[in-house]
Design a protein around this ligand. Structure first.
Ligand code: ZN
Length: 229
């Protein structure tokens, strides 16, 4: 994309850096150099500075005085806050989606849930497919502010998931998607809210079990501390 003005260049840099966080090209704890990031994404340092400032206010980067920004590494308390926020937002998006989704949209949710289950049966990566279901439900809720906030939280969740080496091969996960999706298809708002709440709480419980069972060993932590972007 051509970077024609400082403002649009900052937008492009912001989108590109979010993409790099989402796909794991930038990992939790990694130190970020503005000039090197600028070279990587093909723009001058100023738009990168602006994009990094926005990512800091999104909660994705942290910066201490006089130090380089780093990709945020979540504490156990941060994860609790993340899941509580997701629960608050997504019980509402599920309720609204059950009320407002069109037949075409409910078919799309069913298709995304099938994609997720197929990937899981084939023991392939399901993280992106899971995010797609939750984002589509938020889209069907027709409340842009909720969707924007959820996008931010999902990006933090994806990054945190990688840092904890979480796996999506949990037994209860696809079943709770199925009940949730069926409730939306049936336009049953109470059940949609109930099953979404359960789904998010199950996810949080799994993270807590994981943290209790293992010492937290961020994936590629050695590489992250060695390599700067
Ligand atoms: Zn899910």
């Amino acid at each position: 994309m051509p970077l024609s003005s400082p403002e649009s260049a900052a937008d492009a840099a912001y989108r590109k850096l979010r993409q790099m966080l989402s796909c794991g090209e930038l990992v939790p704890g990694q130190r970020l150099s503005q000039s090197r990031l600028g070279r990587q994404i093909g723009c001058s340092p100023m738009p990168v500075v602006e994009a990094m400032r926005r990512l800091e206010s999104d909660g994705l980067l942290v910066k201490q005085a006089r130090k380089q920004a780093r990709v945020r590494r979540l504490s156990e308390q941060d994860l609790e806050g993340l899941y509580l926020l997701r629960e608050a937002i997504e019980t509402v998006t599920a309720r609204l989606a059950a009320r407002r989704s069109t037949p075409e949209e409910t078919r799309a949710i069913q298709g995304l849930a099938q994609d997720y289950e197929r990937l899981r049966e084939e023991r392939l990566e399901t993280g992106e497919a899971d995010v797609a279901i939750h984002r589509h439900i938020a889209e069907c809720a027709r409340c842009p502010l909720l969707k924007e906030e959820l996008d931010r939280l999902m990006l933090i969740d994806q990054t945190a998931g990688r840092s904890l080496e979480l796996r999506e091969d949990r037994e209860g996960h696809p079943h709770s998607h199925r009940a949730l999706v069926q409730a939306i298809v049936d336009h049953d708002a109470d059940s949609a809210e109930y099953f979404m709440k359960k789904h998010i709480q199950d996810g949080h419980a799994e993270v807590r079990r994981f943290l209790a069972a293992q010492s937290v060993r961020p994936r590629r932590s050695r590489r992250a501390s060695r390599d700067e972007a």
